[in-house]
Design a protein around this ligand. Sequence first.
Ligand code: IPM
Ligand code: MG
Length: 358
Amino acid sequence: MPNIVLLAGDGIGPEIMAEAARVLDRVNVQFSLGLNTEHCLIGGAAIDATGEPLPDETLAKAKLSDAVLLGAVGGPKWDALPMDKRPEKGLLKIRAGMDLFANLRPALLYPELASASTLKEEVVSGLDLLIVRELIGGIYFGEPRGIEGELGQRVGFNTDRYSEPEIERIGRIAFDAAMARNKKLCSVDKANVLEVTVLWREVMERLSHDYPDVELSHMYVDNAAMQLVRAPKQFDVMVTGNLFGDILSDAAAMLTGSIGMLPSASLNSDKQGLYEPCHGSAPDIAGQDLANPLATILSVSMMLLHSLNAPKAAASIETAVKQVLASGLRTQDIATGASGEQIVGCRAMGEAVLKALN
Ligand code: IPM
Ligand code: MG
């Protein structure tokens, strides 16, 4: 019996998780998936209860699970804590603890939301790109790191490092993803300045011999940021390291009109995964029934597809979301003021998806 760990987290986390969990329960019954779910603590909620952003129990259960669904972590309440005790550390630790090296962040523009983007409609309409971000290496985790020295003279430092096997395994994920899509892969680096990415580029080149059908290109990260807002439809799959992927995926998310629409998957080599919306905990709107649950609901769909081998259930959720958007329902973040739109809260949006699943 597949086990799913649910981590609601902080801010809007509990609200969006409640809606996603209802959707999961529904498809569980509809498609006889036999899934078991269990809630565990992470982030600020875990700090308040146990003093730790990732309690051992949560990591242990996550490791034994088939998949983890996460809401969001963090908030002003915990901002003053030392780096190692912050809610975000819980997220980084569970990623590393489960060996989730492959982060898939699709940026897909729903036709109904084309006018919600801050970019011109013709620049973004039809946008469908995938960012493959290395998630447990690079400067996020590289040693040595720290702040040292005497007050006034201190030095802060981090280390950006990738080994050839680390680059190769994320490269293969990206080439495979490109093979399943439009066979175009753009590897993003800063090989004009950083040795770590000179090696990155070399390994991607080497790998490309195993994927003769994929057209591989390379782009410096500054140019990639520019190209993403200039002409994003030139991209199919992008692959990059942890820090560049963090930055570019936020930019890509906004092309679609709202970061509130975008799911993500973080996978290890056993296809065990952690699924979460790309947005954060949005403390400013928490507890007010204003959050958009669709990114988390779509994360459930990715989970069914990538970790639970239930493509039909996954597709049914995507169809339901499209149907709800087509009917004109909008949470405030994706509203454009166009006629035919009806602004609803988090709960009602979840309810509408459930209805569309029938
Ligand atoms: C993300 C977030 C995280 C990251 C933070 C919350 C640690 O920005 O998932 O993109 O930097 O990876
Ligand atoms: Mg980020």
